[in-house]
Design a protein. Sequence first.
Length: 132
Amino acid sequence: MAAKLPCVELTGAIKHADLPDFLRRMDIGLVPSTYPEPFPLVPLEMMAAGVPVIAYDSGGFKEQIVDGVTGFLVENKNPVKLAEKIACLLDNPSQITLMGLAARKHVEQNFTWERHVGQLLDIYGKLTGNTK
C-alpha cells in the first residue's frame, strides 16, 4: 500500500447545522461499524455531501452504498480489506471525484424525504385498502 494519510483531523463535536459543510471537506467517508444497523444515516449524509463511503457489508450499509460506484463495501470485520479500499481511493483521486458525484446522485434519486414519505403512504394505503 503506497497511500499515506495526508490529513487526519480530530474535531470533537460538530453542530448539526455545520455538518454539511464539514462533510463536503472530506475526501472519503469511512464507517467501520461492525454492528448491522438497519438504516444508518451517517453514510447517507456523507454521500449527500458528495463523499464516497467505505463501510462493512452489514445491515443497511448494503442497501445504501453501491459497491464500486458510490463507495466500497468490505467484508465485515476485515480491517485488512478496509485498509486496502482506503488506500485504493487515496491512490486514485479521480476515482474519489467520480464516486463522490455518483454518491450524491444516488442519494438524490433514492433517499429524499419526499420519496420516503411517498413510499410510506403507499405502504399505509395498501395496509388500509386505500390504494390509488
